[in-house]
Design a protein. Structure first.
Ligand code: DER
Length: 226
């Protein structure tokens, strides 16, 4: 459908930004899966790269496509990371990420990268962060009940992410995810992010602020780059 076509356009353009010899971070989610498929095609045609994945799922897909995978024991710096996002705020290019469950490794990989290229379909563009998605916050399972209460006491409506069989969702890092509803008026993303990071029991959150180098938006008629 139109959204899949838009995602694919964005993913192909993003993968084309990879140059021979680069060390690349591979994102997580459905758009990043399309990026990884395109990278696999380019590797089969002779592109020489080393890559680090932001989730076990992306690692598995990349290995299946014979993309040369490495790790941070061998690569301390990545030239470029390509990832998706749940929301991209117009103007600031601040992101909400994490509904794919991979925010912790995604943020670690993004922080180790010279550039972060985000590939999205147009639905992801928002004026106000949190207007479509809640903010995923990764928390330690031990005492999560007390951490959720602390988040609620900060004023965030907070719900533990559950799997279909009624158990808490568990991340690659063996943590839980809490979905926090962001205030839609007067929310300061920088202060709010710091407040979340300073909350005991919180490992990391899905606000990616001041980290985005470029956003490529797939559209039916082509692509737009912010
Ligand atoms: O979790 C994330 O941040 C991922 O990038 C993911 O949410 C993006 O989703 P999509 O590419 O499947 O729409």
């Amino acid at each position: 459908n139109a959204t899949d076509a838009a995602k694919r356009r964005a993913a192909v353009w993003a993968a084309a930004q990879i140059e021979d010899g680069m060390a690349v971070g591979l994102g997580s989610g459905s758009t990043s899966a399309l990026v990884i498929e395109e990278v696999g095609r380019r590797v089969a045609e002779g592109l020489r790269i080393k890559a680090i994945a932001t989730s076990e799922a992306s690692q598995k897909l990349a290995l299946e496509l014979k993309i040369p995978m490495s790790d941070f024991a061998h690569l301390t710096h990545l030239d470029l990371t390509i990832d998706g996002a749940d929301e991209v705020q117009e103007g600031t290019l601040y992101l909400i990420k994490g509904h794919g469950g991979a925010l912790l490794r995604e943020k670690i990989v993004a922080m180790a990268s010279g550039r972060l290229l985000i590939a999205v379909d147009p639905r992801k563009l928002v004026k106000t962060l949190g207007s479509v998605f809640t903010l995923p916050v990764e928390v330690v399972p031990f005492g999560f009940e007390t951490t959720v209460k602390r988040l609620r006491d900060l004023g965030f409506e907070s719900e533990l992410r559950m799997t279909d069989d009624g158990k808490p969702y568990v991340t690659d890092g063996q943590h839980y995810i809490v979905h926090c509803k962001l205030p839609q008026v007067g929310f300061d993303a920088v202060a709010g992010g710091e407040e979340l990071k300073g909350t005991v029991g919180v490992v990391e959150h899905g606000l990616f602020l001041g980290m985005t180098s470029k956003v490529v938006i797939g559209r039916p008629e082509g692509i737009e780059v912010l």
